[in-house]
Design a protein around this ligand. Structure first.
Ligand SMILES: [Zn+2]
Length: 469
């Protein structure tokens, strides 16, 4: 560990905490202390925190008081995470409708931040983020970075959109945030919305000047940067790790990023709304859920618990937000929990693939959902990029996007690497989709560009089709 990291952890972070009334130092130490808890100890910790939170909700939050009374429940009925199914799922729609009722009566005596979810995930939603949730999510991130050998206080370079690179706060807030990023996080952030060759070149030069210990950002942004570096035969500085977050990490993206930066990729998943966070460890078998701070359930469309291994809606209970409590909050992503524990020995359950925003999953007319992995299989025949055939196909396709209209018909937009590539090269894509989408029209279209969303995130799948349940 560098001297700056030691100074950061034991002096700068505590000073920042004093100024801002936060407890990053304590949260970091706490997550390190619970890293190796046994399964029973983790459950005991979770259940204790859950019981306290439920009592608080019943006594102080009008929305939950009503929900409990309508179901003839009292806090004594919710003792363990298995009891949570007695409560309904909290959707973004319900939050919009009952915003005022969800604020705790004692919120004015607590410290919180105003939060909102962006337009890339549907209609924006407002909520309040308890400063304790803010602290703990960062504590978990620091621990996740440590699994990659990166200590907070070492230099970081970030390339991401508006969820990680804030631009719109007031001058004083931006100054404080700038100081925090510069001296405590030592994180140089770049907005990735622009991915033209000129912009990629400027990110590259900034990266080389920065010479960070780790790179962080949206999977697609880092993939485009890696590809730019490779195509232009540019040298790269050595880094310990690359951290991806904010969107689905396609296996092809992981492979390219690792190959170009010559460093392992560690994926992470999280959302401040719902206080959920999961990080990949050095075994790369899945993403460890930060179970000290949130309870994650995977449920079907009716809020019923699904067994491990089955894909469903991610529902999170934030154990630290007492200002605007999230009990069984439907985050808006599809994922599954792995049946097997991680071979690193940590008992925090693993999220398998996070399939991504629900809006991006596509369904055929028979109601079968298709995850991104299956879509990748259909686009590239199989996901084994070590096969020459697969690599050749991949090198012919610059980018793609699948669009499904209200009728369930599919347009697959492909930007070919070679503008003279015959359309017939991708006949197999149409055949694959046609076989899985009986009754839907499937067409392949060549396009010059697929623009990213205003958030800077890439949407490989846009669907307006509502599946029959
Ligand atoms: Zn592990």
């Amino acid at each position: 560990m560098s001297i700056y990291s030691l100074l950061d952890r034991h002096i700068l972070i505590p000073i920042g905490d004093r100024i801002k009334g936060r407890d990053l130092h304590g949260a970091y130490a706490e997550t390190l202390g619970t890293e190796w808890l046994s399964e029973d100890e983790l459950l005991q910790l979770q259940n204790g925190k859950l019981q306290k939170l439920v009592r608080h909700c019943y006594e102080n939050v009008p929305y939950y008081r009503r929900v409990f009374e309508e179901r003839n429940l009292t806090p004594a009925d919710i003792q363990t995470r298995a009891d949570l199914v007695k409560l309904p799922v909290l959707t973004k729609q319900l939050i919009r409708e009952h915003y005022d009722e969800l604020i705790s009566k004692d919120a004015s005596g607590r410290k919180y931040l105003e939060g909102s979810t962006g337009g890339s995930t549907g209609t924006p939603m407002r909520y309040l983020d308890d400063v304790q949730t803010w602290n703990k999510l960062r504590g978990l991130a620091f621990r996740g970075w440590l699994w990659a050998g990166f200590h907070v206080g070492e230099k970081m370079f970030t390339l991401a959109g508006n969820s990680l690179v804030k631009k719109n706060a007031g001058a004083k807030k931006m100054l404080m945030k700038g100081m925090f990023d510069r001296f405590i996080m030592r994180n140089e952030k770049h907005d990735c919305t622009d991915i033209t060759p000129e912009a990629l070149d400027s990110y590259y030069h900034a990266l080389m000047k920065r010479r960070p210990a780790a790179i962080r950002g949206y999977a697609s942004s880092l993939y485009f940067l890696a590809r730019h570096i490779e195509q232009n035969y540019l040298p790269v500085c050595s880094v310990k790790a690359v951290f991806t977050t904010g969107e689905k990490l396609h296996p092809a993206y992981r492979r390219k990023i690792q190959q170009v930066f010559r460093a392992p990729v560690f994926d992470a998943y999280g959302a401040a709304d719902g206080g959920i966070s999961a990080h990949e460890c050095y075994m790369h078998e899945g993403l460890h859920i930060g179970e000290e701070h949130c309870i994650v359930e995977i449920v079907d469309g009716n809020g019923r618990l699904l067994p491990d291994g089955e894909v469903g809606h991610v529902v999170s209970t934030d154990l630290n937000n007492y200002v605007f409590p999230f009990l069984r909050y439907q985050v808006g992503d599809l994922a599954y929990i792995k049946k097997e524990p991680c071979s690193c020995g940590r008992k925090h359950r693993l999220l398998g693939e996070v399939i991504g925003r629900e809006g991006r999953a596509i369904y055929n007319k028979q109601g079968r959902p298709y995850s991104s992995i299956v879509i990748d299989n259909m686009m590239f025949k199989d996901m084994d990029f070590h096969t020459l055939e697969c690599q050749r196909l991949y090198e012919k396709m610059d980018r793609f996007q699948i669009r499904q209209d209200k009728e369930g018909d599919l347009s697959i937009l492909i930007k070919p690497v070679d503008p003279d590539e015959p359309l017939a090269t991708f006949d197999y894509v149409r055949e694959n989709f046609q076989a899985h989408f009986p009754g839907s029209k499937v067409e392949i279209l060549f396009v010059d560009e697929i623009p990213p969303l205003p958030s800077g995130k890439e949407d490989y799948c846009v669907s307006e089709y509502t599946p029959c349940e």
